[in-house]
Ligand binder design. Structure first.
Ligand code: ADP
Ligand code: F6P
Length: 473
């Protein structure tokens, strides 16, 4: 990670500003107490990094460590502007309202969302801080692009300070159905916060439609299709922009001789199996890990998958580890994997290789390249970039993607082996089908998937959004 903290700038200004909860890099503390940087976890950073490099803008965000104030600095050619959070704010704004209330609520309430007034107060305060920082950094008439559920009040707070700006907002996670959103004690404040933007972007058309219906019903504003007329006479556009990845750069990385060699080595270390199944996820309860591992375990137990021939590698990035539901998930997965491997009753390679760690991009590319079958089974997911990364790393039309119907990506990747992850028997059958279909069937599906991912890459996503934003007057 070439983070050049030597190149500090006291207060940069820019005509293009991205505001996100996280910066591209995350401050970490090593076991010996020294500190360093690594790429921040999650799809938002994967998607936005290439956009920032192409646009020469400033990125405002939290650097991942509590109680530490840092000056702006540059990293890999990006201008990064840190926003500090206290330990209490990390607890109440980040782990609390963002990830204990909004995250579960917006993901179909697959875990119970908690509502606490002190969490909300911290959310408002931190949103104000991000808005104030953006107001300082944005040049007159600048474009400011606010990201994701942690910062839904920023568009309005920023507009109050700087009406000259063109403000966009993009929600990376699903926008929930009306019945769920209405549970939020602060539902009107969130809608009003978002309406501070000129353009509000969602992953799928359904999310944009839910939002427009909500502002009509709850705020009694006039709407027409994807347009909302605000109380102060502005028109706000609400549209879908399915996010993507820098497909060419993933493909080229996977094509490099070093990654090719590493992919061979991975397969060799796994005992050169006939089939390598791969899962890659943040360790999050929305990702359907329990269901997926259970399905694979049953197939092994029933003798329908032979662990001599097939291995399943599950990579899980540590995530939000101080939030109870995430701790519980980690314990559950440890236990489930341990049980399946223990019950296989063999000496040698276990049926599941479980890696609870984060890896550099080239190692991820090698894993994708090595795998035959990718399993992506979220119970609900805004998009899921892992599915697109696997496809981009293919060097030919071989391999198969098993994909949940409830990932945003399923709307575009129709030729994947689509599955309902709640239906464990269905999941087992689909997995077997993906494993046993002929190379010809795989190639027919994969050709379509690759075309889809390379044609709709991150450049296209960013230009569609930014062109629409530029068209707002
Ligand atoms: P989310 O944003 O919910 O985490 P996505 O699938 O959209 O889900 O994005 C996850 C991103 O994190 C991908 O870019 C993926 O490559 C990356 N990632 C996932 N697991 C790991 C890991 N163990 N090490 C490094 N990067 C990872
Ligand atoms: O898009 C999903 C997302 O929640 C991003 O907003 C976030 O940066 C990423 O996943 C990882 O989560 P966290 O920042 O909480 O580690």
């Amino acid at each position: 990670m070439s983070t050049d903290r030597g190149k500090k700038s006291s207060s940069p200004t820019s005509s293009f500003v991205v505001v996100a909860n996280r910066l591209a890099v995350d401050r970490i503390e090593h076991a010996d107490g020294s500190t360093g940087w690594r790429t921040s976890p999650g799809g938002l950073v994967t998607a936005l990094e290439p956009v920032m490099r192409a646009n020469d803008g400033a990125w405002i965000g939290w650097h991942g460590a509590p109680d530490e104030k840092l000056r702006p600095f540059s990293s890999d050619g990006m201008q990064l502007v840190p926003v500090h959070l206290t330990s209490d704010e990390v607890r109440d704004y980040y782990e609390g309202l963002s990830n204990g209330t909004l995250w579960p609520l917006y993901h179909d309430a697959v875990e119970h969302p908690h509502f606490h007034r002190e969490w909300w107060d911290a959310y408002v305060e931190v949103n104000e801080r991000f808005a104030a920082r953006a107001a300082e950094v944005a040049e007159p008439g600048a474009v400011v692009w606010v990201q994701d559920y942690q910062l839904q009040l920023v568009p309005q707070l920023l507009r109050q300070r700087r009406p000259d700006l063109r403000i966009g907002f993009f929600l990376h996670i699903p926008f929930p159905p009306l019945e769920l959103f209405q549970q939020l004690p602060w539902r009107n404040q969130i809608l009003e916060g978002l309406l501070g933007a000129d353009l509000v972007g969602f992953q799928l058309p359904g999310g944009a439609q839910n939002f427009v219906r909500l502002v009509r019903q709850r705020l009694h504003l006039q709407t027409h299709r994807d347009r909302v007329r605000t109380a102060d006479g502005r028109t706000v556009l609400a549209r879908a922009y399915p996010i993507s990845i820098d497909a060419d750069s993933f493909h080229d990385l996977a094509a490099s001789p070093a990654v090719e060699q590493r992919a061979k080595q991975i397969r060799h270390d796994l005992g050169d199996p006939t089939t390598m199944i791969l899962g890659v996820d943040r360790l999050d309860y929305t990702k359907g890990l329990r269901q997926r591992i259970r399905a694979f375990g049953e197939l092994v137990n029933e003798g329908r998958v032979d662990p001599e021939e097939t291995v399943y590698v599950q990579v899980a990035t540590p995530s939000r580890e101080r939030v109870d539901q995430y701790r519980q998930l980690r314990d559950d997965i440890d236990m489930l994997v341990g049980r399946i491997n223990g019950e296989s009753g063999r000496i040698g390679r276990p049926p599941i290789t479980y890696l609870h760690a984060s890896y550099p991009r080239d190692e991820m590319a090698a894993l994708y390249r090595a795998a035959d079958i990718m399993v992506v089974t979220p119970l609900r997911d805004g998009m899921n970039l892992v599915a697109k990364e696997f496809i981009a790393c293919r060097q030919d039309d071989s391999g198969a993607l098993v994909l949940s119907e409830f990932a945003g990506a399923a709307k575009e990747l129709r030729q994947a082996y689509l599955v309902n992850p709640y239906d464990i028997n269905g999941l087992k059958e689909r997995l077997l089908e993906a494993m046993t279909d002929s190379p010809r069937v795989h190639a027919r599906r994969m050709r379509f998937l690759r075309k889809q991912v390379f044609e709709n890459d991150i450049d296209r996503w960013a230009s569609l959004f930014l062109d629409d934003l530029a068209g707002r007057s």
